[in-house]
Design a protein around this ligand. Structure first.
Ligand code: NAD
Length: 286
């Protein structure tokens, strides 16, 4: 029987979430995605108008099918958490049931269960500021959108995940090594995400037989990465210094996600898996 995946954090065809969706689809999974509410309209319109058709092509020549797109804002757990200004914001008012709890309930109603949960989202309003200049608001917002959002997703989806299922997030080496430019508390958020991966692996493993891992990905020119402003420099740095001197493709992260979600990875949980052309292993620039 085919598996069903829910991938949170897909709003175009440039990011890791899209590539993960494609690799999972190529491996036979049914694809559901969660799209940030303010980005929903343009994503759905583009999908419908065929703007992504070229990047939907799977290795067998067929087009990836996204069975359903759910609006999602992963910084809100329940409708009671949503402040008035967001509720009445016109980019949100057109959608409903987009808090984490409601999305999990909708997926349960529509499909009953899932096997694979992917968290491919992050946000830090002050990411371009050094940590020393980051406000409390900015720091907590980064943690809320980039770390707690994962705890919340897993917490609300675990009851509808089949035993033997697999859950996965995306992290970045700035959690453990100094990457100047990755500011606003985003480095702290990724450190939290990686630590949580271990604790959640224990809790979800013991209680539900679910595996929890995170992929520490190398640099990709996604929409989110372009907003940070240093992505071209990081790609050049990797090309110059990594053991493998090639540009990293999103597909390589997608394929690792498909492996981690499969029975081939049945003993892997609580792990940070580097998919970065080996850059993490270097101790000096060449
Ligand atoms: P991306 O822009 O494709 O994905 C980020 C997504 O998060 C977007 O679709 C955005 O709409 C969504 N999002 C933001 N706030 C949200 C919220 N509150 N609720 C729901 N969705 C929200 O960019 P990406 O680089 O592919 O990012 C995916 C993951 O990969 C992130 O966790 C990122 O930190 C990680 N990552 C990226 C790189 C890189 O170089 N691009 C490297 C390592 C790790």
């Amino acid at each position: 029987k085919g598996k069903r995946a829910f991938i949170a954090g897909v709003a175009d065809d440039h990011g890791y979430g899209w590539a993960i969706a494609k690799s999972l689809a190529a491996a036979g999974a049914e694809i559901l995605v969660g799209t940030w509410v303010p980005a929903l309209n343009i994503f759905e319109t583009s999908l419908r108008r065929g703007k992504f058709d070229e990047s939907r092509v799977l290795p067998d020549g067929s087009l990836m099918k996204i069975t359903k797109v759910y609006p999602l804002d992963a910084v809100f757990d329940t409708p009671e958490d949503v402040p008035e200004d967001i509720k009445t914001n016109k980019r949100y008012a057109g959608s409903s049931n987009w808090t984490v709890k409601e999305v999990a309930e909708s997926v349960k109603q529509d499909f009953g269960s899932i096997d694979i949960l992917v968290h491919s989202l992050a946000n830090g309003p002050e990411v371009t500021k050094p940590l020393l200049e980051t406000s409390r608001y900015g720091y907590l917002a980064a943690i809320s959108a980039s770390s707690y959002s994962y705890v919340s997703l897993l917490k609300h989806f675990i009851p509808i995940m089949n035993p033997g299922g697999s859950s996965l997030s995306l992290t970045y080496i700035a959690s453990e090594r100094i990457i100047p430019g990755y500011g606003g508390g985003m480095s702290s958020a990724k450190a939290g995400l990686e630590s949580d991966t271990r604790v959640l692996a224990f809790e979800a493993g013991r209680k539900h037989n679910i595996r929890v891992n995170t992929i520490s990905a190398g640099p990709l020119r996604s929409r989110a990465a372009k907003a940070i402003g240093f992505i071209d420099m990081m790609i050049d740095y990797s090309l110059a210094n990594a053991p493998l001197q090639k540009e990293l493709s999103a597909e390589e992260i997608g394929n690792t996600a498909a492996f981690l979600a499969s029975p081939l990875a049945s003993a892997i949980t609580g792990a940070v898996i580097y998919v970065d052309n080996g850059l993490n292993a270097m101790g000096a620039a060449v």
